[in-house]
Ligand binder design. Structure first.
Ligand code: MG
Length: 167
């Protein structure tokens, strides 16, 4: 199916992603805080307001929105028990060998090159900022399989964008 009349719904995609994050208690400022933590080690006098602006700009990119929408929707469907088995059980249990959550995240992390990918690995390992809170909130009632990776990846892309600007 290829409808030439179809206009890509950028605004609706942005709203879907920001609303889905808000439903889990995450704002763009939480994502900016992670990126700030990563980049303030390297850039003197980095302004959090600048990082927040970059975060909003990264959150408008189609590559980011597309991958984030798919992951956030799968978390929502898994939380509501609406996926088919065995996918439902795999996502609900955040099975370590699944890897699709990291795959979507890497598509986001590398939009500004490899700096984003190395940052993503660090953030994921060290559970920086809001990711630590999401990780601690893990329970059988809600699927956190995609959201933590997506937030880490968006923060990594923001870090990479800033790193390139200052280099
Ligand atoms: Mg995950």
């Amino acid at each position: 199916m290829n409808n030439k009349q179809f206009k890509y719904p950028d605004t609706a995609a942005f709203e879907y992603v920001t609303n889905a994050l808000a439903a889990r208690g995450v704002t763009y400022k939480d994502i900016a805080d992670i990126a700030y933590q990563m980049q303030s080690n390297f850039i003197d006098d980095l302004d959090i307001k600048e990082v927040q602006k970059d975060t909003i700009s990264v959150l408008h990119k189609r590559e980011v929105l597309n991958n984030a929408m798919v992951g956030l929707e799968l978390d929502r469907l898994a939380t509501e028990g609406q996926l088919s088995e065995p996918l439902e059980a795999i996502i609900r249990n955040d099975a370590g060998v699944f890897g699709v959550d990291e795959g979507l995240a890497l598509s986001i992390a590398n939009i500004y090159g490899t700096i984003g990918v190395t940052n993503y690995g660090y953030i994921d390992r060290n559970k920086v900022g809001i990711i630590k809170k999401l990780d601690e909130d893990k329970n059988e009632h809600v699927s956190n399989t995609f959201i933590d990776d997506l937030i880490g990846a968006i923060a990594s892309a923001v870090s990479a964008k800033i790193a390139h600007r200052y280099s």
